[in-house]
Design a protein around this ligand. Structure first.
Ligand SMILES: [Zn+2]
Length: 185
């Protein structure tokens, strides 16, 4: 259950009998109060109230951040990435980051449209989010480009479709196939 209103630090969210303290809250006698500015989320099952920070909604990528995003377009050597997570936090602002293929000739086919990739923000020069795809970065999720089937990793740079057997080469992240691990690291 979500409460649409934003709470300010010190405001009462619930009584301790109703809900336990969660992220962004504290107990004050028999009351649970907000310790940050945020929207309240009442987990009725776990009987916990927590706050979703408002600042998270304005989260901007900055230099050094790790981002996850889906490849929207590959234009020459430039990969357009729609950023979905910034340092493990969901971002729905629709930021687009640009990454360059390291080796224009060889890497071109290694990252394709609609792949989910991990990358690092290297600069925000000229208002552009510049991304770099470093050693452990690259594709963390993709589907077979022939049939759309699920794929599994077969080695450092290859995936195989479990449906049609098609083998493709990709710049795979070491976290390929493990979104959960990557989001908690
Ligand atoms: Zn396939």
């Amino acid at each position: 259950m979500r409460n649409k209103r934003a709470f300010l630090p010190g405001e009462e969210l619930a009584t301790i009998e109703e809900f336990d303290v969660g992220y962004g809250t504290y107990s004050d006698g028999d009351k649970v109060r907000a310790s940050i500015v945020g929207k309240a989320i009442y987990d009725l099952k776990a009987r916990v109230v927590k706050l979703e920070p408002l600042s998270k909604r304005l989260l901007m990528p900055s230099e050094g951040d790790v981002v996850l995003g889906s490849v929207e377009m590959v234009q020459g050597p430039i990969i357009h990435v729609r950023i979905k997570y910034i340092n493990g936090q969901r971002s729905n602002k629709g930021f687009i980051g640009l990454a360059l293929f390291q080796n224009k000739n060889e890497d071109k086919e290694l990252i394709k449209v609609s792949d989910i990739i991990k990358a690092k923000v290297i600069s925000l020069e000229n208002g552009i989010i510049h991304l770099s795809i470093e050693k452990d970065d690259g594709v963390i999720h993709t589907l077979c480009s022939l049939c759309g089937g699920k794929v599994k990793r077969i080695g450092d740079r290859a995936i195989k479709c479990v449906k049609c057997g098609n083998v493709e080469v990709r710049k795979l992240s070491k976290y390929f196939g493990n979104l959960t691990e990557i989001l908690s690291s």
